[in-house]
Design a protein around this ligand. Structure first.
Ligand code: CA
Length: 238
């Protein structure tokens, strides 16, 4: 797995977060997405990041407050910060920069522009490697994007922990164990639900649907889990 610059993204709107995640990860940058200020605060105190992208309006607070906190933190005083806001008002922009943000992008923005700004900030802060175009991702099977922590029953996609239910975890793990194989609904029911009486093919479909949505939010393509009409599902085979 590439060990590129680590970006923290604080953004509560799933559609915007997944657009950013996709654009950033395609460039070989690792992204950790936090939907709430408290999640971002926890991540930032637990590990080192190379850049933070902060939305302003979050359900549990303001990205601008977090920006100010980071500037006063010993470890984060020099962390490059890019503020993202739906409000293109001059006040927000001025406030963001006054509070110590390094750059400001107003929504709606193009992912390409955002990535260019991120690269420029990383370049300024000394990430020369990151500032160059990322080399193409080495050809590898679809499983290469996943990391399984079986002890903690967790799976990450491109270094982003997926917040899976027990059944979604079981499904994804089963698919990962037989990459490019077609798993019928019966096989998946056996492997994940076991003897549980009231599960049907529909149960599998429903959980595949929620699993796909979570993978999509983490930046995976819609075809990450392929549907084989009349047969079943596979990971990474069309
Ligand atoms: Ca928001």
């Amino acid at each position: 797995m590439r060990d590129g610059p680590q970006i923290l993204l604080l953004e509560d709107e799933p559609a915007i977060a997944s657009t950013i995640a996709f654009a950033v990860q395609r460039e070989g940058l690792a992204l950790t997405h936090c939907p709430l200020v408290r999640d971002a605060r926890r991540e930032l105190s637990a590990r080192r990041f190379d850049l933070a992208v902060l939305d302003v309006g979050l359900p549990d607070g303001s990205g601008l407050d977090l920006c100010r906190e980071l500037r006063h933190g010993v470890e984060t005083a020099h962390l490059p910060i890019l503020v993202l806001s739906a409000r293109s008002e001059e006040l927000d922009r001025v406030l963001g920069l006054e509070l110590g943000a390094d750059d400001y992008v107003a929504k709606p923005f193009s992912p390409r522009e955002l990535v260019a700004r991120i690269r420029a900030l990383l370049r300024r802060s000394g990430h020369h490697q990151a500032a160059q175009a990322a080399p193409p991702r080495p050809a590898a099977g679809p499983a290469a994007d996943f990391a399984v922590d079986s002890a903690g029953q967790r799976i990450s996609y491109r270094q982003q922990p997926l917040n899976l239910t027990r059944l979604e975890y079981g499904l994804l793990l089963t698919l990962l164990r037989g990459v490019e194989r077609i798993h019928t609904r019966d096989m998946l029911l056996d492997a994940v639900w076991g003897q549980s009486a009231d599960s049907t093919d529909r149960t599998v479909d429903t959980h595949i649907k929620t699993l796909r949505a979570k993978l999509r939010a983490a930046g995976a393509g819609d075809d990450c889990i392929a549907t084989h009409r009349g047969m079943g599902y596979s990971l990474g085979r069309r």
